[in-house]
Design a binder for this molecule. Structure first.
Ligand SMILES: [Zn+2]
Length: 128
């Protein structure tokens, strides 16, 4: 099974979903380094040489490339030799500016069962 090496991407080879997986361009060290920097996988240092056996098992799925990164051919799209992954929908730190902290309102946080039941009976008690 082939799995995408982009952090937080859960795509893997699946005949139903039909994702295309691209190997790291290890034959082009400059381009390979650009891919690794773009991918930002903490398990791989872009400045260190890759173990060829390790590199053979590293794939990036088609979700991380723009349509303009492909050449349309009759059988299947071909990734351009200069393409670099640039689409990372799961990457929060790529958002401009700080990510706002999302906190649930106090009334929705965990309450001990007895307090929750008491609060519920207060709201459902008949009004006389
Ligand atoms: Zn992916």
């Amino acid at each position: 099974m082939v799995k995408c090496m982009v952090p937080d991407c859960r795509n893997y080879s699946n005949p139903i979903r039909k994702k295309v997986f691209h190997r790291l361009p290890v034959s082009n060290p400059v381009l390979c380094k650009r891919w690794l920097i773009a991918i930002s996988n903490p398990a791989v240092d872009p400045d260190s040489p890759l173990d060829p056996r390790q590199a053979r098992s590293m794939f990036v799925c088609s979700d991380h490339f723009l349509p303009t990164d492909y050449i349309l051919l009759p059988r299947r799209p071909l990734l351009k030799s200069t393409a670099v992954p640039s689409v990372f929908p799961h990457r929060l730190h790529a958002l401009p500016g700080p990510v706002p902290e999302v906190r649930r309102p106090a009334r929705l946080r965990y309450q001990p069962l007895r307090q929750a039941a008491a609060a519920r009976s207060f709201y459902t008690a008949p009004v006389c």
